[in-house]
Design a protein around this ligand. Structure first.
Ligand SMILES: C[S@@+](CC[C@H](N)C(=O)[O-])C[C@H]1O[C@@H](n2cnc3c(N)ncnc32)[C@H](O)[C@@H]1O
Length: 203
């Protein structure tokens, strides 16, 4: 699947390619920063909105963006069906810079679309626009010599080095950082991904 093919995949059916159940990462975010007060959350590369809508249902004040127009339409539909509001908009992660602060920045399965040259600048922008006490919860696909590249030929995707994301957060409180190997059957062929997941708090 080429990176812009998400548009095709999302518009091919009325269903949800990634399902509508939230990722495990959402539960960790809730445990680290429960919505017991007003908290602004941004989902970066939200796809069809399964995580963004879940966060909104839990009471967070949620904004979410993705490159895919069809994805954003589905986010709005999923939010309307759940009777919650998500400020969903299209944007390209490479061009979009935050100009207001959030309590939580969240991104799952997306940051490998950031070109190598822009990574530091964009993560710096995210760090700057996180409120003190706030959280960045990100996962990234990483390169491992023993994991065969996925069947999707994603020209624009650039795997991260294991531990690379952590280095950008050396002066924050690292609440949790892990490496995992996950099974994936996107595109209908069973394969594996290696992944780093980071939860870091700005103090
Ligand atoms: C693996 S999906 C993850 C979607 C969602 N985060 C989830 O977990 O369900 C990757 C997403 O990244 C989006 N994406 C790819 N390149 C992007 C870019 N340059 N800017 C913003 N989003 C992008 C795709 O449209 C797709 O929805």
């Amino acid at each position: 699947m080429e990176y812009h093919d998400y548009e095709k995949v999302y518009s091919a059916t009325d269903g949800y390619y990634w399902g509508s159940a939230p990722s495990q990462m959402c539960l960790k975010v809730i445990s680290l920063m429960p919505p017991d007060k007003h908290l602004k959350l941004l989902d970066i590369g939200c796809g069809e909105g399964k995580d963004a809508v879940f966060f909104a249902r839990c009471g967070y004040d949620v904004s979410a963006f993705d490159l895919s127009v069809a994805g954003i339409e589905k986010v709005k539909r999923l939010a309307a069906d759940a009777n919650v509001t998500v400020n969903a908009f299209t944007a390209d992660i490479e061009n979009y810079r935050l100009d207001c602060n959030y309590d939580i920045l969240y991104s799952s399965g997306v940051l490998h679309y950031l070109s190598l040259e822009l990574r530091k600048e964009i993560i710096d922008n995210y760090r700057l626009h996180t409120n003190t006490g706030g959280l960045n919860a990100f996962n990234v696909f990483i390169e491992k010599p023993f994991i065969t590249p996925p069947p999707e030929n994603e020209e624009h995707a650039r795997l991260w080095l294991s531990g690379q994301l952590l280095t950008y957060y050396h002066n924050w409180l690292v609440e949790d950082f892990s490496e995992s190997i996950i099974d994936c059957d996107s595109s209908g062929i069973l394969h594996k991904h290696a992944m780093n997941t980071l939860y870091a708090r700005k103090l």
